[in-house]
Structure formats: C-alpha cells, structure tokens
Design a protein around this ligand. Structure first.
Ligand SMILES: Nc1ncnc2c1ncn2[C@@H]1O[C@H](COP(=O)(O)OP(=O)(O)OP(=O)(O)O)[C@@H](O)[C@H]1O
Ligand SMILES: [Mg+2]
Length: 294
C-alpha cells in the first residue's frame, strides 16, 4: 500500500544502521537514493557542460515523488542516470540499497517522448518488456490483453500508434512501462503533451493505477499543480546545473479528489513551489513579491 512518508525515519534507519549493523541487515533502505550526483557532458565545442551538481534525492518504497525544475536543468538526465542509460560523473545512485548499475532489473523508465514503435500495433508495443524477458509473444499478448480495459485501450489492440489519441498513446506507453514488472517507475513528463481535461483525467487515473500496483514512482513534470495533486513529496531543482533547491512534503489525505485543488493546503503548497521555481527562472535567488500563484 503506498504511503506518505517523511524522510527522517528511513534516513535514521540507514545512517544509524550503517555504523553498527552489516549492510545486508539494514531493514529499510530507500527504494531510490541519489547522493552527490553530478553529470558533466561535453559541448559540441569540446568544453564541459555541467548538467547536474551534487544532487541528493531519496524516494521511499511505495512513495510518489515528483521533480519540477526549469527546462534544461537536467531532469531527464537524472532519470537516464537512474535507469542506467548513462553513468554519473560523480556520486552514488542506489536502488533498494544496491548500486544502480548492478540492479538494472529494478527500474522501468518511461522517457519524455513515448517512443511507441510505429510499425507495431498497440498490443505488440506494450509487450516489449515481457518479450525482452524471454516470454513468448503469445503468452505476453495474453497477459497484456487483461489490462486493456483498465488502461482505456479496449478495442484498440490492433491499432497502430499513429491512429491513437495523445492520451491513448500515453496510456499505452504507461502500460508498457508497468508490464516491465519493475518496482520503481521513472516517468518523464508523461502528460506534457495533453490538453488540460485529458491531463486531469490521466492524473486521477495514474493515482488509481499507482494504488493498485503499489509501485514506487519518481515523476518529472513542469506542472506545479500536477506535482502537488499527485505527490507525497516534491523536489524543486535549480537552473542548470540542477541541484535540489527545495523539498516539500505534500500533506494531503489520499485518495485525493479533484476538489482538493481548491483547499488551503493545496494552494499553499502550490504557491511555495511556484515561488521557488520563479526564483530559479529569475536567477537571483531572492524572494519576489506580488506573484499570484493561487
Ligand atoms: N547526451 C547528451 N550529451 C550532451 N548534452 C546533453 C545530453 N543530454 C542532455 N544534455 C544537455 O544537458 C542539459 C539538460 O538536459 P535535460 O534533457 O536533462 O533537461 P530537462 O531538465 O529534462 O529539460 P526539459 O524540461 O526541457 O525536458 C541540456 O543542456 C542538454 O542539452
Ligand atoms: Mg526533460
């Protein structure tokens, strides 16, 4: 069952245990832990491009955590590093206490573009994970078909991606991610291209899927309201090189109905995040007044 967790208790468990107990006996390592992570790319002129700097971030098992930050601050880079598609220049990434590169089977990554294969129909797109694990195509199709109704894709099994709506494409990409059967989902702006109504429906649906499947989620978005509505905690990253500027716990009961967006707590959380983001985009770090964040 997903839960909202403050960060102090697991931190104590990990840090306290480290001094006295063998690592394998640590009771509750973070599902995901980034410590001091930096990434430096090469520019086309050969110079360094520091994208992430000393990034520290944790996600507890079953938690829903979002990351917001200015465009280009390194959010997708961070997910690529966690997914093991690329290596950090410095720092440590752990998944359930193990070095991430040693545990490629624990995270499922839904990249910023849905990357559905245009030459495969919806059914054959969503079974890529099981197929890569060696499950026969027939068995993988049977397993996947059981989810089509729940994912709003019933009747579209044989349709090709170019004939799906934006929301359907995202649900298909998410079903493909879920069917990889990993415990930690990395979702990179999955609803970025959708209109407001579809987006709001998809958010409610994603929360129900998260509850049902009991996954740990790290969710990247540009949309502060989306982050507050979905999350147990939200991190705000700075401009590039991205580092954590603010971490905010979202103290709203679950399950959450859409009406929660009008509550004082919701509005306050949104305002706090927007202020942190605005400070970043204006770049001077000083508080700004007169911003209507409600
Ligand atoms: N493989 C790469 N090689 C060189 N530079 C890269 C590479 N990947 C990303 N970058 C650079 O790193 C910076 C951060 O990119 P990234 O895609 O992580 O940002 P982002 O926060 O996800 O942005 P957005 O919100 O627009 O999706 C950008 O300046 C980008 O050009
Ligand atoms: Mg990105």
């Amino acid at each position: 069952m997903p839960h909202s967790s403050g960060i102090s208790e697991p931190l104590r468990a990990t840090n306290g245990a480290a001094a006295t107990v063998a690592p394998e006996a640590v009771p509750h390592p973070w599902a995901l832990e980034l410590q001091g992570v930096s990434k430096v790319y090469r520019r086309s002129d050969g110079g360094p491009l520091q994208t992430l700097r000393d990034l520290r971030l944790v996600v507890a098992e079953g938690e829903f955590v979002s990351v917001v930050g200015p465009s280009g601050c390194g959010k997708s880079t961070m997910l690529n590093l966690i997914a093991g598609r690329d290596a950090p220049t410095e720092g440590d990434i752990r998944i359930f206490g193990q070095a991430s590169r040693a545990t490629p089977g624990l995270v499922a990554h839904m990249p910023q573009r849905d990357l559905l294969l245009p030459w495969r129909n919806t059914l054959d797109n969503v079974i890529l994970g099981p197929e890569l694990r060696g499950v026969s195509r027939a068995a993988a199709r049977r397993q996947a078909l059981a989810y089509f109704h729940r994912f709003g894709l019933e009747g579209f099994e044989r349709v090709y991606p170019n004939a799906l709506s934006g929301g359907m494409r995202q649900r298909a990409a998410l079903l493909r991610t879920i069917l990889t059967e990993r415990d930690v989902l990395l979702l990179d702006e999955p609803f970025g291209a959708l209109d407001a109504l579809t987006r709001s429906e998809m958010q409610a649906w994603l929360l129900s899927i998260w509850r049902e499947f009991g996954k740990t989620v790290l969710f990247v978005t540009h949309d502060v309201e989306e982050a507050v509505f979905l999350s147990d905690r939200v991190y705000v990253l700075s401009r590039r090189p991205g580092t954590v500027k603010l971490e905010l716990s979202i103290d709203l009961a679950r399950p959450r109905a859409r009406e929660v967006v009008a509550s004082d707590r919701f509005v306050q959380a949104k305002r706090t995040l927007l202020q942190a983001l605005l400070n970043e985009s204006q770049g001077d770090g000083r508080p700004h007044t007169g911003i209507d964040a409600g």
